[in-house]
Write a protein of this length. Structure first.
Ligand code: T1G
Length: 701
């Protein structure tokens, strides 16, 4: 089999070229190829060695698909040590994203050059790992402690010009990388540049104190994740003990992190996120429609956020609402959001101005008739949405994609309000739409393949993480949320308080507890959604009785300063409110519920196993393509901690048999009508199969 690595001599420089698409991952074949290149260079009369990659990027790290498989020599640490030990000058030439093990190969090289739009990074922390090929020991020596801590605990790549300033790379190449890198290498040789082994470089003075000063901040940002603290320990080693000793400790901690369930969860998320945008029954080469202009119907909070997402990706956007006041109100919220992004350094003043100029307001449907994609984001009422789609059917050019941002309405019914249901699709954004990464793409029975393929591509272009859903009430996310919120409110009635229920979930890792989420979203949103349902579909009234009473008392949540909590008007901090506990006790009394101690473990199990059970029903019914999609919905749409892998990965990690046994137990205690095990769950437990196995064998990606 052809090696993905070639070696040739150019102007007496040994050039090692890696060509392992798509991202030149450091698979075993690549590592072996680089090693034989280094050895060949040592054996022949060349002046120096250049390591360079073909394709779109320098090595983007170790090959993650090899993790968990028996390691094959040369291991990456062995290889980088051999590169550094070379008696011939070794230069790494970087383009694209030199990440993880790829950047460690560069760090072990004696000099590094890059094109200006390259980036370097050590994102292992995003996989629950740490740089395991000397990165934690070499980076502080080359770039200093502050840069090292930032680079490794954030996992965010650093653009080449900044890396040059930080000393992580030595030269920016203009024009063609290979030509520029060869020229740079020749200049180093001509200048008699010494072999410079990073591991032998000193650490900066006062480094140990610097690292110690960063521990509290890193621990705070870690929020329950183990990898950032392991990384910090490695950096502490790097600045306090000899290289070899620090390197040994790095290896121990790397092995520990590889066995950590948090890393298994984050690796699951890495691939689940990439698989989510693959539609099983849609060929990769499905044609797409051209999308140049986008129109948004409804200039409310969602409409404005969606407009910004599209404008930020370069689309011309028209924002339509019934009258000028409504349009102006919507545009002023957009202006405020851009000002906020500039203030938080998320966008430069110029970039914000350029994006804002792409958004124009209108009140006339005629103005949007030529748009390629129109996204309806009006008030959440089915009849109103049907009316809007009937008008769009009359107005929009043939071939335009008609999308609805509904959070739970029947998209089939909305499509039926037009004469072109094949052009209708659900694009369900999450609030705030210009920030939240998740986009549920809702496919009706009639949605055309090219509409689907175009919508997936549009989602990626506006930097969203798309997940496909079939039509059901609440699609994937909100359907599961009903069970999660049901259990949260029942735990309240049975003995909990908003604080105790929320703290149980936050200590477990959720970004925000369920009741606080309710207050943030606005309790009236759920109230109106319930009101829009026929009584027989509203479920047991006792479940939402407390929330209904709060809404009827004008306590809508943060926006009215009170909901399940009171909110400090200055800090917006939540404050437990005894008045709410009184209401809870009254409702419990009303329904004859004897309140008892409910410990955090019970709250966590009821909410998470409820979530997982509904998620498995959704996968079993084919609403979601695969379990990983459900996990991605919850991680990018509902603040589920990625290091727990998502509701279904978590259920798999605690054991599906344990989940099923708990659900059956809950069924006995709280009613089988609430706790009916998902058929897929019963099938998997009966077959002693994990979800990961089932995914592997049943539908692969
Ligand atoms: N290994 C294996 N496959 C990889 C991969 C990797 N490192 N990186 C990407 N892929 C696959 C990905 O699954 C997808 O496959 C395709 O490449 C395109 O990726 C010792 C142990 C480089 C910024 O964490 O961040 O080194 O879905 O869709 O949006 O210290 O991929 O097409 O079949 O993401 O242009 C550290 C991970 C590893 C970087 C490109 N490195 N990759 O983004 O394309 S740990 C990382 C990325 C390590 C050492 C340790 C991104 C990207 P498919 P894509 P993209």
């Amino acid at each position: 089999m052809n090696s993905p690595v070639s070696f040739d001599v150019v102007d007496n420089i040994g050039v090692i070229t890696i060509d392992n698409p798509p991202v030149n991952a450091l698979s075993h074949a690549v590592r072996a190829g680089i090693q034989s290149g280094i050895r060949e260079a040592a054996a022949i009369d060349v002046d120096a060695v250049l390591i360079i990659c073909a394709g779109r990027t320098f090595c983007a790290g170790a090959d993650i698909t090899e993790f968990g498989k028996p390691p094959k020599s040369p291991w990456l640490p062995e290889l980088v040590d051999e590169i550094e030990a070379s008696d011939k000058l070794v230069v790494a030439a970087l383009h694209g994203t030199a990440l993880g093990g790829g950047f460690e190969v560069a760090l072990a090289s004696h000099y590094r050059c890059a094109v200006a739009d390259a980036a370097v990074g050590l994102p292992e922390v995003k996989l629950g790992l740490l740089p395991g090929a000397g990165g934690t020991q070499r980076t502080p020596r080359l770039g200093g402690v502050a840069t090292a801590v930032q680079l490794m605990t954030s996992g965010t790549p650093m653009p080449a010009p900044q890396a040059l300033e930080a000393g992580l790379i030595d030269h920016i190449v203009d024009g063609d990388l290979k030509a520029g890198a060869l020229q740079y290498t020749k200049k180093l040789l001509a200048d008699g540049a010494p072999i410079r082994r990073t591991s032998e470089l000193p650490v900066e003075a006062g480094a140990a104190e610097l690292v110690a000063g960063m521990r509290a901040e890193v621990a705070k940002r870690a929020r329950g994740q183990h990898a950032p603290l392991r990384i910090l320990e490695c950096i502490e080693q790097a600045v306090t003990v000899p290289f070899a000793e620090g390197y040994r400790r790095e290896r121990e901690l790397f092995t520990e992190s590889m066995q950590d369930p948090q890393s298994a969860a984050l690796r699951h998320v890495f691939f689940a996120e990439r698989n989510a945008s693959k539609i099983k029954d849609l060929p990769k080469d499905t044609p797409q429609r051209d999308i140049g202009t986008v129109a948004i119907i409804g200039a409310g909070t969602m409409g404005g956020g969606i407009a910004m997402s599209a404008a930020n990706a370069g689309y011309s956007v028209q924002l339509l609402d019934i009258d000028k006041d409504a349009v102006d109100r919507g545009l002023s919220v957009v202006d405020r959001n851009y000002a906020g992004m500039v203030k938080r350094g998320k966008l430069s003043e110029d970039a914000a101005k350029a994006c804002r100029e792409k958004i124009r307001g209108t009140t006339a449907y005629a103005d949007i008739a030529a748009a390629d994609l129109v996204i309806e984001a009006v008030f959440e009422n089915l009849d109103l949405k049907k009316k809007v789609f009937a008008q769009l059917d009359e107005t929009m050019k043939q071939g335009a994609i008609l999308a609805t941002n509904t959070s739970y309405q029947d998209v089939d019914a909305i499509a039926a309000a037009t004469g072109r249901p094949q052009d209708v699709i659900g694009l369900h954004f999450f609030s705030p739409a210009h920030i939240m990464k998740l986009l549920e793409i809702v496919r009706t029975d009639k949605t055309a393949d090219d509409v689907l393929a175009t919508s997936m591509a549009f989602a990626r272009k506006i930097r969203k993480v798309p997940v496909l859903s079939r039509v059901c009430y609440g699609f994937i996310g909100n359907r599961m949320l009903r069970v999660y919120m049901r259990e949260a409110q029942l735990c309240l009635l049975e003995g909990g308080t908003p604080e105790s229920v929320d703290t149980a979930m936050e200590d477990w890792g959720m970004a925000m507890g369920p009741l606080s989420v309710g207050d943030l979203a606005g309790l009236d949103v759920g109230y109106k959604a319930r009101e829009s349902l026929p009584p027989e579909e509203r479920g047991d009234p006792k479940v939402t009785r407390v929330a209904d009473l709060l809404v009827e008392a004008g306590r809508l949540g943060q926006k009215t300063g009170a909901g399940f909590y009171r909110y400090d008007p200055d800090t917006r901090k939540r404050i437990p409110d005894p008045e709410v506990v009184t209401i809870i006790e009254q409702v419990a009394n009303e329904y004859g519920i004897a309140r008892r101690d409910i410990d955090a473990a019970e709250v966590v199990d009821r909410l998470l196993f409820g979530l997982a059970n509904e998620g498995l029903k959704i996968v079993g019914e084919g609403i979601a393509q695969r379990p990983g999609d459900v996990d991605i919905v919850y991680i990018y749409g509902y603040g589920f901690p990625a290091y727990r892998g998502g509701p279904l990965h978590y259920a798999d990690s605690v054991g599906l048999d344990h989940v099923l046994a708990s659900i059956r137990e809950f069924g006995k205690r709280f009613g089988a009508e609430l706790w009916t095990p998902a058929p897929l769950l019963e099938e998997l437990v009966a077959n002693k199969q994990s979800l990961a196995d089932w995914q592997e064998h049943n539908n692969g990606i």
